[in-house]
Design a binder for this molecule. Sequence first.
Ligand code: PLP
Length: 456
Amino acid sequence: MGTQIASDLTPRRVSRVQTKYRRIVTDIPAPESIPVLERLRQFEPRSMSGQPPIVWDRAEGIQIYDRWGNMWLDWSSGVVVTNAGHGHPAIRQAMMERIEHGLIHNYCFPSEIRGELAAGLAKVAPEGLKKVFLLTTGSEACECAIKLARTHGKTINAKKITIVTYHNAFHGRTLGSQMAGGIPALKDWIVNLDPNMVQVPFPDGFRGLDTSFEGFLKALDRAGVTPDQVAGVMTETYQGGNASFAPPEYIQKLRNWCDQHRALLIFDEIQAGFGRTGKYWGFEHYGVVPDLICCGKGISSGMPLSAVIGRGDIMDLYPPGSMTSTHTGNPVCAAAALANLKVIEEQNLVENSRRMGEVMQPLLRQLGSRFPKHVGAVHGKGLVAALHMVRPGGIEPDSALATDIVRRCMEKGLLMFAPVGYAGASVKIAPPLVTPEDAIREGVSVLEEAMREAIQ
Ligand SMILES: Cc1ncc(COP(=O)(O)O)c(C=O)c1O
């Protein structure tokens, strides 16, 4: 998918930039960074070379620095991770204290810090979802939710094992999580797809034009699935690649349908959780509560940690010793996550995400409307958004244009990760939740400049 931003590492002469938030003082890639980039290309798989060719040396708050004097305003949050900003001092301090205290690993042996984090996450979760299983990655959290849903379904009837997910969904790259995803090209390698994992259209109102809940029922019918076979329905709260939300009425009907048929409703909040969308949990936009939440990324603002949070009767399906993980609640990661929860609360980051979203979302929609032939849709809420780039005259995705825009922004000191979403044609925007208004406005004007140059 997508076009690579820099297959050729030859430095390009770019205009110098100096503002409060951005500084570009070298050609790009910085000539002195080439040996580092070449070493990475030599020793890592090719799949790792998709991101803009800048060498991260330091990242603080809303800025990324290389070693050669350049500084980028960050619109990536890594990959929608650093909600509290990069390297928040309180998070660093909490990790250092934990290391100096003398506990850097605890497996499933009891530890105070793991208990504190489980309780802290239960506290921010909605009523009824008060058990927390800590893992390391988002993919693992989704795998675990699939396992729990099927195990739960089988307690009702032996055939209640179908997991329903959505077209274009992304839930991770391990076998089960990738199978649950809805991007066929990413699933070629699996070959023997599980016939009891089915995908239905996502009602985003752009590529999934039927936004009625009847569309869900019809799609199940077409797939030959009856409601009594469904163990669970899992969806990203917003589709990560395209920042697309479903209509609240659709999700409310889905909640009722799941209740009626004793299927679990699972929200993959790995991108949406911890304030990203202007609410603590993305599903609050829909006015429903799921049975299981998968979360990760913004849970710690930097350290590898994820969690499944859910109803006690589901989370307790497995007896002692049979649902565990080597690095569950690693003490240093747990310390980071606990400090992160505190920062989110004390710095009102959910509120900042909401307020800044009210500035950013209209600006991006106005920007999109200035290029109506090339921007098919602008989706998002709070501090996440995506511009869906298309070929003039239709909705065919234009990944080359999206890649060109991201590259131009990078050369001007505004950093986004490589385009994602449908056919790799979405320019995705995800600033840290500590971003102030003047930085949002500056970012949008840089994006506009890049789009003008790319589209002409
Ligand atoms: C919505 C969603 N689910 C799951 C994952 C997988 O998470 P991880 O890469 O930590 O395994 C991602 C990662 O991008 C994601 O965005």
